[in-house]
Design a protein around this ligand. Structure first.
Ligand code: FE2
Length: 284
């Protein structure tokens, strides 16, 4: 059976790609953000995952407002990266893990999560930036399965539903008939609002409480409705649903134990709160 080792959650602000491209990671503005990553890269280097299952939200590249699945799972041999002109030049296509894709799709449908299966799928900065941040040398030593969760157009899935989806994904990974090592990635959040009267809204107190809850009480955020989450985190802050899915995936099995590998929180980058958290699964 596959070995699920843990997960990493990170923000995916497009400007991060520009900073990487320009090589300004150690300038004062960016240093507090990029300095969060080396301990997590070391952990990944030691654990050597073969496959990353990436919870992320598309921003209008592959799914536009006319067709917006609530949950979609990639089942492609490769995922071509494209971006909106903010970030790094498009990266080489990400290599798919097709066998795990179909195992996830079959398992999720069987558990009544009616996911859209995507045998062709473009991926934007939400998928490519975590890879660039975690493997800055390029030539990614991993294959991927993108799992897209709609946080762009209402109605959005409830936090409790996303938690249940993450849990089902974790169980499916654990049951995958493979000797490969898998990690789950969450790409999104934390509190931010890009437009409207509350543009620039950041809620540090809530962000830190949410990050803490993922260690000690992972279902804590499921008490909130989507509208309450928007109120507390901003219109785009609901991307924290990805973090919830990642954490839920690690609860699969008899135990829910995790240990914190490393975390980082820094405000602001652009007009957002940036968060980073790596958790190692300690109970199976
Ligand atoms: Fe985003």
């Amino acid at each position: 059976m596959a070995n699920l080792i843990g997960g990493v959650a990170t923000s995916h602000i497009p400007a991060i790609g520009g900073a990487i491209h320009k090589g300004i990671q150690q300038e004062p503005y960016w240093k507090p953000f990029f300095d969060g990553f080396p301990p997590i890269r070391e952990w990944l280097h030691a654990k050597k995952p073969d496959v990353l299952v990436i919870f992320y939200n598309d921003h209008g590249l592959n799914f536009f407002l006319d067709k917006m699945p609530t949950f979609a799972v990639g089942a492609a041999q490769q995922y071509v990266n494209s971006d909106e002109g903010w970030g790094i030049p498009s990266l080489e296509p990400l290599r798919g893990e097709v066998d795990l894709s179909w195992h996830l799709i079959n398992t999720l449908i069987d558990k009544e999560f009616d996911v859209v299966s995507c045998q062709e799928m473009l991926v934007d900065h939400a998928c490519s930036l975590p890879l660039k941040l975690l493997y800055p040398e390029g030539n990614y030593p991993v294959t991927v399965v993108p799992v897209c969760i709609n946080t762009v157009q209402f109605p959005l899935p409830k936090a409790s539903r996303v938690y249940a989806l993450g849990k089902a994904v974790g169980q499916a990974i654990a049951d995958w008939n493979s000797s490969k090592t898998v990690a789950v990635i969450a790409s999104g959040g934390l509190s931010h609002q890009l437009d409207g009267e509350r543009a620039g809204f950041i809620n540090k107190e809530f962000d830190l409480q949410f990050m803490d809850s993922l260690l000690t009480n992972p279902e804590w955020a499921t008490q909130f409705s989507i509208h309450e989450l928007v109120e507390k985190t901003g219109t785009q802050g609901v991307e924290l649903l990805m973090w919830l899915a990642m954490r839920a995936a690690l609860t699969a099995g008899a135990g829910a134990g995790v240990r914190k590998v490393h975390s980082n929180y820094h405000i602001p980058i652009s007009n957002t709160a940036t968060g980073l958290l790596a958790l190692e699964k300690t109970a199976y």
